[in-house]
Design a protein. Sequence first.
Length: 256
Amino acid sequence: MKFGKKIIILVILIISVITIGICFYLLNSSYKEAISLINKNDYIAAYELLDKLHGYKDSDELKDTIYEEYKLAKLKSAEVGDIVLFGEYNGKSEWVVLAKDEDKILVLSKYHVEALPYGEPTYDNLYVTWENSTLRCWLNGTYYDKAFSAEEQAMILECNNYNIDYLESSRINFTLDNIFVLDENEWDNWVNNNGTVLQKLDSRSGEELLRTVYGGPVCVSWKVKYESGVEYYMTGCRFYDILAVRPAMWIDISNL
């Protein structure tokens, strides 16, 4: 009986040693392949392979070394629905590609970046528009300056946004924005009508602000349906309600 137990233990040890050996062999093979890909300037494949090695040898250091090349290569080859990296705000910022127009792409943050009010009405100015909102000021000031390097800021295109209050149709204006949030129509066109994009957005933080105003700001209210992904509906909120912010921007890829 004791002999039988020793055989079982021995077999388990042998299997464990073989398994560990195979794992190290596969890790080392992947590591060597990543080095080869770097030497071939295939930064996308190399970075994503190194990411799967979870710190094996100096894989994390190599990832950091080729990060800029990987980031730019991903931007250059990006298609609608892809996720790209651009900027850093509480970590590397991930963006979902909403549209591609020749040498530029429209991206929307995968995650909410802050929770803020749309604006702050005062006795002198009770009516808040996107143009004079504190949200627009924060996105194109504090966030823009903190999240993007000078090189990245040079790639962000100024966008001429059309803004209207649907309850006061005479209130129409255009704004030049580097960073903005989508309006209701843009959300429907670029997100709601593309299931791939919708599924890639993180929606755990509930309501998020849109640029649209119906006498007051409009927000997207997320509702998680575990059996079939996520759904959302539009709802109204007050200017000073603190809600999630998901930035968008156009990036110039013509020089990549």
